[in-house]
Design a protein around this ligand. Structure first.
Ligand code: UDP
Length: 476
């Protein structure tokens, strides 16, 4: 093939965390389906987990021109990769990975690169792209509601709303246009609570607006019908948006795969081993009777929190499926403190796994609620399957997402900042029994919109088409 006839070659470089890697693989596959060549860059740490737990290579074998390249994340091999180490990872990426990325593009075997798609929080990728003269499109895998709050951080600081004090938690925020009547200080991203606006997180995220505006455009894992008002706000700073979500379902729709079919099961990018026995357990439960509990891949709880949650769940009398990652409880020997009555209650009404095939779980007819930390992927997966939520946000964007779930989309109940067995019991009952029909109806309406945006003529379908066209025009 002469150079002119080569398909576009796109480099995809996600933030090396489970959520972003997951959704960027889906984008990679969507672009492969459009005939693009893709080089997917992951850190060595992520790559090891991918080959241990997924069939990533055989899955992408079918796509000519797809390859994975690894790069160091700059951290020592034995460095923990947990959520509280995020900033260390980030610093290492900026200082150590940046020159390696440039070397890859200039001295490596990466030829005829049409465009780079990289996470917008890794601004160093744009520096490198500019240095080597390759167009860059950013992608952000957080919600647009949270991204808009990031964009407004300078305004929040200027107006004096940041930092806020303990007694301001329930005060409405004025400097985030479009959210004035429901967003409270406690709903701002978790790092806003640190009291000191010179903290590294505020410093990192307050430049998002400027940073994103440097790229050709911005891909977002969301859809117009869900986040239209926030997308319009973001467009005032960065006009060229590609909202193409929910990405996990977008790919499924293109592949024509039904949830639970074999092609669906092959598309897992999980970095933990999935325990599929929970699907057999779900098969035995009544429709919409089970609350699924998972706090994602990073969140940890103390053993005191764990016990409050556990008591609340068992006392609610509702059937539950709970993902307890082996590393999700801080401290040792917590198993010894679990009272007998809780163990008994769990045997009768619960099922616990270390890691679940979450998309399949949420699509299961037995699941009627999701108690989630509101990571954006989990939130979108729940929205897509029409499952109402109880929200227990852990950090970062999750504080914003959970407020939108309760107060803007009205798809669930936000229990942020509480950890009490009585409240857990009450909220679980409210979601799964008292207001069950109301929540299911709203969730079902939103799920229909989520499905509609992915079919021909739908908002996300058309955005992806435009993205593909724009990248093709960069190649000529
Ligand atoms: N997930 C999964 N099995 C589990 C828990 C989570 O497959 O037992 C997946 C989930 O479907 C989602 C991702 O892990 O795609 C978690 O991403 P999210 O953005 O929700 O949260 P994070 O892990 O980044 O905090």
């Amino acid at each position: 093939m002469d150079q002119e006839n080569l398909p576009p070659h796109v480099i995809i470089f996600p933030l090396p965390l489970q959520g972003p890697v997951n959704s960027m693989f889906k984008l990679a596959e969507l672009l492969c389906l459009s005939g693009f060549h893709i080089t997917f860059i992951v850190t060595e740490y992520i790559y090891k987990r991918l080959i241990q737990f997924t069939n990533i290579h055989s899955r992408f074998d079918q796509y000519e021109g797809f390859q994975i390249k690894t790069i160091s994340d700059g951290l020592p091999e034995d460095h923990p990769h947990s959520g509280d180490q995020f900033m260390q990872l980030f610093d290492a990426l900026r200082s150590k990975t940046k020159p390696l990325f440039k070397e890859m593009l200039t001295c490596g075997d990466l030829r005829h690169v049409t465009c780079i798609i990289a996470d917008g929080i890794m601004g160093f990728t744009c520096d490198v792209a500019n240095d080597v003269g390759i167009p860059i499109v950013y992608v952000r895998t957080v919600s647009s509601c949270c991204l808009w709050v990031f964009f407004c951080l300078p305004k929040l600081i200027e107006s004096g709303e940041l930092p806020f004090h303990d007694d301001d938690f329930d005060k409405l925020v004025k400097s985030v246009p479009g959210t004035e009547d429901f967003l409270r200080c406690r709903d701002l991203p978790s790092f806003c609570r640190l009291g000191d606006i010179s903290n590294i997180y505020v410093q990192l995220y307050k430049t998002e607006g400027q940073e994103i505006a440097r790229a050709f455009g911005l891909i977002l894992n969301t859809f117009e019908e869900l986040e239209g008002p926030m997308l319009d706000q973001i467009r005032s700073v960065c006009p060229n948006l590609y909202p193409i979500g929910p990405l996990h379902a977008h790919l499924k729709t293109r592949l024509g795969a039904e949830v639970g079919s074999s092609s669906e099961q092959t598309s897992s990018n999980s970095l933990w081993e999935e325990d599929k026995s929970c699907i057999t357990w779900l098969d035995e439960q009544s429709p919409r009777s089970v609350i699924y509990v998972s706090f994602g891949s990073i969140a940890t709880v103390t053993k005191e929190q764990l016990l409050e949650f556990w008591h609340g769940l068992v006392n609610s009398g509702v059937m539950f499926l709970w993902v307890m990652r082996p590393d999700s409880v801080a401290g040792k020997d917590w198993e010894e403190n679990v009272p007998e009555e809780i163990k008994e209650g769990t045997k009768k009404r619960g099922y616990i796994v270390g890691w679940a095939p979450q998309e399949q779980v949420l699509a299961h007819q037995a699941v009627g609620g999701f108690w989630t930390h509101n990571g954006w992927n989990s939130t979108l997966e729940s929205v897509y399957e029409g499952v109402p939520m109880i929200c227990w946000p852990y950090f970062l964007d999750q504080q914003v997402n959970s407020r939108f779930v309760e107060a803007f989309w009205k798809l669930g109940l936000d229990m942020k900042d509480t950890c009490d067995r009585v409240i857990v019991e009450k909220l679980v009952r409210e979601l799964m029994e008292v207001r069950k029909e109301e929540f299911l109806k709203r969730a079902d309406d939103m799920a229909k919109l989520a499905k509609g945006c992915l079919s021909e003529g739908g908002s996300s379908y058309e955005s992806l088409k435009r993205l593909v066209k724009d990248i093709e025009s960069m190649a000529v």
